[in-house]
Design a protein around this ligand. Structure first.
Ligand code: ADP
Ligand code: MG
Length: 731
C-alpha cells in the first residue's frame, strides 16, 4: 500500500477524502457509494433535511402520529425471529425517567450492531401507539460526550443521506471538522463576476455579495411552494444578497435559521447553472468563429408558387417565424434554431419554406424524423408539394430508398405499399440536383452522403439525442440547422438542453379548426364511451384507440394490450373496420394500415403510443386512450394532438382505472387546458425533467443543487452572468 503525499499542484478541495483525518479505506469506500470522492464532494453532500434539536420532547410528552424528537437510555434490546428464521424484529427500549419508548425495526437484524444497553439514543419519528409507546423505523443517533452541544444538539442539525455502515453522527462530525479546516480555502469560482457584483449590501457584511439585478421583470417574493405558484413567482427575489460560496456551504450544513439552507441552495445552484451556461456559450462562440454560413437567401422562385398552391394562408405566427428563419439563412453564421410550436400549429409548412430557400440557393436538404410512419407521411406531403416544382424528393428509411421526380404523390402512396425499389439509373440521373432527402435515423448512417448539404431539419427532435443531431450536421460543411419540437419544453429545460440554439415559437394555431374537448372517465363508463364512438363512426368520422402496451403477458396486471383488444373489437365494432398498429409489426404491415386509415378504408385505428408523433389524418376526430394513467401528461397532450386537425369538433376521452381517483385528478389538467406549455410545466412539477423528456433523451445534465422544476429565474441570471464571462468586452 502506498501513502499519498499531498500533491501541491491540486487544490486542497480536490484531494481524495482519504486525505482527511479519520477516513481510512473502509470509510472511503462507504463515502464512495454516496459519490463522495473528494473533500469538495464531501462539503457539497447535501443534507436531506434539518432537524430542530433545540426543541427536544420528553418521552412522556410524545403524541400519537406526531413526529417528534426525544431521547433516552437503552434499558433493553433484542431481536425476535419468526417464520422459520426468515423474518425478524429488532427492538430497543428507551427510558428517560418520564416514560419508556419501544423502537422497532422490521427485517433489519444488522441494526443490532449499532446499539448497546446504556447508550443514550436520540430518536426522531412518529409514535404509532402509546400503549406501549412505539415508533417503527425511527431515525436514531447514539449520543456521546464532547462536541455534542455544538455539532449535534441544540441547533438545526443536518440529517444526511447515508449508506449501510455509515453512522449519521460520524458523517456529521466529519463534515463539521472538514468545514472548519477548509472553509478558508473555498474560493469564489468567478472572481471576474465578483468584480461586477457589488459587495457589501445593506448589511455591510463583507461575506455577502450583492448580485446586480438583471433586466428581468420584478420578482419580489421568495416562495418555494412550487406546485401552486406560477413559474415566475417561484424563484428567489434577485434582490436577496447571495452569500459567498464559502458561506453558502456553511449555511447548507449548519444554518442559523430555517431559511438559510434554501438560500445556500440558490447560491450553489447558481454556480452550477453559470458553469453550464458558460460552456454552452463557449461552444456557440467557438462554433461561430469556425463556421462560415452557406448563403441561402433564395430567390423566391419555388416558395412563391408553393405558397400560391398551398390552399391556405400562412398564419401571422408562421410568417413571423419564417422571417426569423430567412434572416438566419442569410446571416454570417449558420442557423442554429429550435422551432417550437404546439401540436398542429403548422411547423411542417414552415420547414418546407425553409427547405425551399436552401433548394433555391442550390443546396440539398436533409429532413430526419424519429419514426418511419412520420418520415413516410412527410415524404407524401413534400412530394405532393414539391412535385409541381420539379424538385427531387427522396425517402430513406430502414434500408430502403424511394425517389420522387416527375412522379405524382398518389403514385408514391402506392409505391410505399407495393415496395418497389427505384432503379439505379433513376438514382444516378438526379444526384447532382439539389435534393430533399427525408428519412429516419438511417440518414445518420454511412450510406447517406449528400452533395452540397445546406440545411438539416430535425422533426420531433426531442426523440433524438444531441449526438445524433450533430452526426447528421457533420454530413455537410456547417449546414444550417432547424430543429423542431412539438413537446413544449418548459423554459428551464429549454435553456439547459438547447441553450446554444436560438428559439422561435409558433404562438397560434391555424384558423378554422374544430374544437378539441377532453374528458376523463373511469373505466366503468366504457360501455357509454363505446356507444358514443359508434355514433361518431356512423356520422362518418374516424377514431384512434390507444393502449399502453402491445401484448398481455408480462408486465403489470390490469393494463390493456392492443393485440388482445384488437381481437375483441374487430367483431364488436362491425361493420366498421378496425386496424392495428404497434411497434412489433413489420414495416410493410405498418404502412399498409396507415395507408388504409388515411384513405378511410379503416375507420378505427388501434395503436400504442407509436402514433404519438406527427401523424396527421384530419378526418379522425375521436380518440380514446385506455389506461391513460400510465402516460405522462405531456405525452397524452401529444397523443391527442392527432385529432382536432380538421374543421370538425374533436373529442378525446381519457379512461383511467376506476380505483385510481388520484390519477384521474392529475388527468383533469388535460380537461382544463389545451395549452401544451402549461401542461409541460405541470408535468415537470409532477414527474421531473427525466420523465417529461422521456428516457431516450440523453444529455440532460445532473445537478446537485439546481432544480429544473423551479429555478427559471436563477437560470436566466446565470445565462446573463455567463455571458459576461464569455464576452467580457461587451458592456
Ligand atoms: P405540427 O406543427 O404539429 O407539425 P403540422 O405541420 O402537421 O403540425 O400541421 C397540422 C395541419 O395544419 C396540417 O394538416 C397542415 O397542412 C395544416 N396547416 C398548417 N398551416 C396552416 C395554415 N396556415 N392554415 C391552415 N392549415 C394549416
Ligand atoms: Mg409535426
Amino acid at each position: 500500500m502506498t501513502v499519498a503525499a499531498p500533491n501541491p499542484t491540486i487544490s486542497p478541495l480536490e484531494r481524495p477524502v482519504t486525505a482527511l483525518y479519520g477516513v481510512g479505506p473502509e470509510r472511503a469506500a462507504q463515502l464512495g457509494r454516496l459519490e463522495i470522492l473528494t473533500v469538495e464532494d464531501l462539503l457539497l453532500h447535501r443534507p436531506r433535511r434539518h432537524e430542530d434539536r433545540s426543541n427536544l420532547r420528553s418521552i412522556a410528552e410524545l403524541q400519537l402520529d406526531q413526529a417528534a424528537i426525544t431521547h433516552g437510555k437503552i434499558v433493553a434490546l433484542g431481536t425476535k425471529w419468526f417464520r422459520k428464521h426468515t423474518k425478524s424484529i429488532f427492538e430497543i427500549i428507551l427510558d428517560d425517567g418520564t416514560a419508556r419508548l419501544h423502537c422497532r425495526w422490521w427485517n433489519l437484524p444488522y441494526m443490532e450492531r449499532y446499539f448497546a444497553v446504556g447508550d443514550d439514543v436520540l430518536v426522531f419519528g412518529k409514535p404509532l401507539g402509546l400503549k406501549p409507546r412505539t415508533i417503527d423505523h425511527p431515525e436514531t443517533e447514539v449520543l456521546e460526550g464532547g462536541e455534542e452541544n455544538l455539532v449535534h444538539l441544540n441547533r438545526l442539525t443536518p440529517i444526511y443521506p447515508l449508506t449501510e455502515g455509515l453512522p449519521q453522527r460520524w458523517l456529521r462530525s466529519l463534515i463539521w471538522r472538514t468545514l472548519q479546516a477548509f472553509e478558508s480555502q473555498i474560493r469564489e469560482p468567478w472572481p471576474e463576476l465578483t468584480g461586477r457584483l457589488s459587495s457589501g449590501g445593506k448589511t455591510g457584511d463583507p461575506r455577502e455579495v450583492q448580485v446586480v439585478k438583471p433586466t428581468t421583470p420584478d420578482t419580489r417574493r421568495l416562495t418555494h411552494n412550487a406546485r401552486h405558484s406560477t413559474p415566475d413567482t417561484r424563484c428567489l427575489t434577485l434582490d436577496t444578497p447571495f452569500p459567498t460560496r464559502a458561506r453558502a456551504i456553511r449555511m447548507l450544513h449548519f444554518p442559523d435559521t430555517a431559511q438559510q439552507p434554501e438560500l445556500a441552495r440558490h447560491r450553489l445552484a447558481l454556480d452550477e447553472f453559470i458553469e453550464l451556461q458558460r460552456r454552452i456559450q463557449l461552444r456557440r462562440r467557438n462554433f461561430e468563429t469556425k463556421a462560415q454560413a452557406l448563403p441561402c437567401p433564395g430567390d423566391n422562385r419555388f416558395i412563391k408558387p408553393f405558397l400560391g398552391r398551398l390552399g391556405f394562408k400562412l398564419t401571422d405566427a408562421q410568417t413571423a417565424v419564417l422571417r426569423e428563419l430567412r434572416k438566419d439563412m442569410c446571416g454570417q453564421h449558420p442557423m442554429r434554431r429550435l422551432l417550437q410550436g404546439d401540436v398542429g400549429s403548422g411547423k411542417t409548412v414552415v420547414a418546407a419554406c425553409c427547405a425551399l430557400m436552401a433548394l433555391e440557393s442550390g443546396f440539398s436538404v436533409a429532413l430526419m424524423a424519429p419514426t418511419e410512419i412520420l418520415a413516410e407521411q412527410h415524404f407524401l406531403n413534400f412530394s405532393n408539394w414539391f412535385h409541381p416544382l420539379a424538385l427531387a424528393v427522396e425517402l430513406r428509411t430502414g434500408g430502403r430508398k424511394i425517389e420522387d421526380r416527375g412522379r405524382r404523390a398518389e403514385d408514391n402512396q402506392s409505391l410505399l405499399t407495393n415496395h418497389r425499389s427505384p432503379t439505379s439509373a433513376h438514382a444516378s440521373r438526379i444526384t447532382h440536383h439539389p435534393t430533399l432527402t427525408i428519412g429516419t435515423h438511417t440518414l445518420i448512417e454511412t450510406g447517406f452522403a449528400p452533395d452540397n448539404l445546406g440545411l438539416v431539419i430535425i422533426d420531433e427532435q426531442h426523440k433524438f439525442g444531441v449526438a445524433q443531431r450533430e452526426q447528421l450536421v457533420r454530413k455537410g460543411r456547417y449546414p444550417h440547422l432547424l430543429v423542431m419540437t412539438a413537446t413544449p419544453i418548459p423554459r428551464t429545460l429549454g435553456l439547459t438542453l438547447y441553450g446554444e440554439l436560438d428559439v422561435s415559437i409558433i404562438t397560434e394555431l391555424p384558423p378554422g379548426r374544430g374544437r378539441l374537448q377532453t374528458f376523463v372517465r373511469a373505466a366503468d363508463r366504457l360501455p357509454k364511451v363505446w356507444e358514443f364512438m359508434r355514433s361518431q363512426l356512423k356520422a362518418g368520422r374516424q377514431a384512434y384507440v390507444v393502449y399502453p402496451r402491445v401484448e398481455e403477458d408480462g408486465g403489470p396486471k390490469g393494463l390493456k394490450a392492443v393485440t388482445k383488444e384488437f381481437e375483441n373489437l374487430r367483431q364488436a365494432l362491425a361493420p366498421f373496420r378496425v386496424g392495428l398498429l404497434h411497434g412489433r409489426l413489420r414495416q410493410q404491415e405498418k404502412e399498409s394500415v396507415m395507408v388504409a386509415f388515411r384513405a378511410n378504408r379503416v375507420q378505427v385505428l388501434l395503436a400504442t403510443s407509436l402514433i404519438e408523433v406527427g401523424v396527421d389524418v384530419p378526418n379522425a376526430t375521436l380518440m380514446l386512450i385506455e389506461n391513460a394513467e400510465q402516460f405522462g401528461l405531456a405525452q397524452l397532450h401529444q397523443l391527442r394532438g392527432r385529432i382536432g386537425r380538421g374543421a370538425q369538433d374533436s373529442i378525446c376521452i381519457l379512461v383511467a382505472a376506476a380505483k385510481s381517483q388520484q390519477a384521474r385528478q392529475r388527468l383533469r389538467v388535460l380537461e382544463d387546458t389545451n395549452d401544451g406549455f402549461r401542461i409541460a410545466e405541470v408535468d415537470l412539477q409532477l414527474r421531473g425533467p427525466g420523465e417529461l423528456l422521456g428516457r431516450q433523451q440523453s444529455g440532460l445534465p445532473k445537478f446537485r443543487f439546481g432544480d429544473l422544476a423551479q429555478d427559471l429565474e436563477l437560470i436566466k441570471l446565470a445565462r446573463e452572468l455567463a455571458n459576461q464571462l464569455v464576452e467580457p468586452t461587451l458592456k
